[in-house]
Design a protein around this ligand. Structure first.
Ligand SMILES: [Zn+2]
Length: 414
């Protein structure tokens, strides 16, 4: 079955059956031209950043690629300077956790129309995972009336699906009890993986993972334990939450191409990388009313896969998101990332979860992994994937994956 995102893209772009990589690329540049002019004319930030630029710079892809980037730091410094509408028109303002421990937080505002577009994309994407009359258990962090979980619940209502929100403070027991009646579970990869190792007898039909790194052993382990289809989603609050989702072919992610323009650039030079090569994901929002972003450096690492998708979708796909640029911790012999550790540790049989501490007090750095699970770990297999010479200590510990909700990262100690 072809991804429902394809039909949505055909409809929203107006390209219909003519939708293909070339027609979409031309349509993207036309839209980008309008965004550049509007952002420069209406937002104080872009009046400066895009001074002397105009939509005509987007006549060619090369011209578009010469436009200056927008950085997360720009957004953190003065979020209100990005607004293209009066503040009174904002329907939702999200404050984002910063990647570091200091510095101002990024804030992202959107209008009712922006929210509506996100709801429409959620609803369309979820038709591939649940049918009318079924129930989806939503386990995403961030509660409240305008939290992402609530938005997903509203979107599901529109396609006749009951969305049930997990409660703050629920632990594995409460979630597993609630999950028995759910057709589909939506949540963070590490949390759902912990659940599947705690109760492999649960039988959801589908699982949608979002919000953190998608380690291969986590995705494969979930599908094997519960005998279900697992799809991964890539989202970004700055770009309207929903950005890309896998279809039943289980390969790349179908992009929200009718409202977002994605590029992959070399993280250091900022130059475009060829399809299939890894780089940093850059996004331009083509429909955002409140806070349009031009060439926004997401900090997420990934690659574009050439289409078509085996499902029949004609467009390039976003491959697996391979971690974050700013979370690479330099150590002698290389760099350490949570993504690397996820791939290594979750591949060990019986692991339910783990935390990583890099201890730097006295002498060189040492890695301490606290692993929750049953079975015997193979330290050599883990060590073989680490930067050479990094001392490793493994210890067992009971962990509660629901205690610190959100993106997991290596803790630096000392
Ligand atoms: Zn597909």
């Amino acid at each position: 079955m072809i991804s429902p995102v394809v039909a949505w893209t055909r409809d929203r772009t107006g390209l219909g059956d003519r939708l293909g990589p070339d027609t979409l690329a031309a349509w993207h540049l036309e839209r980008a031209a309008a965004v550049v002019d509007r952002a420069r004319d209406h937002s104080p930030f872009y009046a400066r950043r895009l001074a002397g630029r105009s939509g005509s710079d987007c006549a060619t892809r090369a011209g578009f690629e010469r436009l200056p980037f927008t950085w997360p730091g720009d957004l953190a410094r003065d979020p209100l300077a990005f607004l293209c509408v009066p503040q009174s028109q904002l329907a939702r303002i999200t404050t984002l956790a910063t990647s570091g421990s200091t510095g101002p937080a990024k804030r992202v505002g959107c209008t009712g129309a922006d929210l509506e577009r996100t709801l429409a994309f959620f609803a369309q994407g979820m038709t591939d995972l649940a049918e009318p009359g079924q129930e989806v258990l939503i386990l995403l962090p961030g509660g409240g009336d305008q939290g992402v979980g609530r938005l997903l619940q509203v979107a599901l209502e529109r396609i006749g699906v009951a969305g049930r929100l997990g409660r703050p403070g629920w632990g594995a027991g409460e979630i597993l009890a609630a999950a028995r009646s759910a057709h589909c579970l939506v949540g963070l990869p590490a949390e759902l993986f912990h659940l599947c190792r705690t109760d492999p007898g649960l039988r959801p039909r589908t699982v949608l993972l979002s919000g953190d790194h998608m380690a291969r052993p986590v995705v494969a382990g979930l599908a094997a334990a519960w005998g279900c289809r697992v799809a991964t989603h890539y989202g970004l609050t700055e770009a309207g939450l929903g950005c890309a989702v896998q279809c039943r072919a289980g390969q790349g992610h179908h992009l929200r191409d009718a409202e977002l323009l994605f590029e992959i650039v070399d993280p250091d030079s900022g130059l475009p990388v060829p399809p299939g090569e890894p780089g940093e994901i850059v996004v331009t929002t083509l429909a955002a009313e409140a806070m349009p972003l031009v060439r926004y450096r997401t900090g997420d690492l990934g690659r574009m896969l050439p289409g078509p998708c085996p499902c029949g979708g004609p467009l390039p796909l976003l491959g697996r998101v391979e971690g974050r640029r700013d979370q690479a911790v330099p150590v002698p012999g290389g760099v350490l990332t949570q993504a690397l550790l996820d791939d290594l540790v979750y591949a060990q049989p019986g692991v339910r979860g783990f935390t990583a501490d890099l201890e730097r007090d006295g002498g060189g750095p040492r890695l301490l992994l606290t692993v929750d699970g049953e079975g015997t770990l193979d330290p050599e297999a883990i060590r073989a994937g680490l930067p050479e010479g990094l001392p490793l200590t493994l210890r067992h510990g009971e962990l509660d994956p629901f205690a610190n909700r959100g993106k997991r990262r290596i803790r630096i100690v000392g």
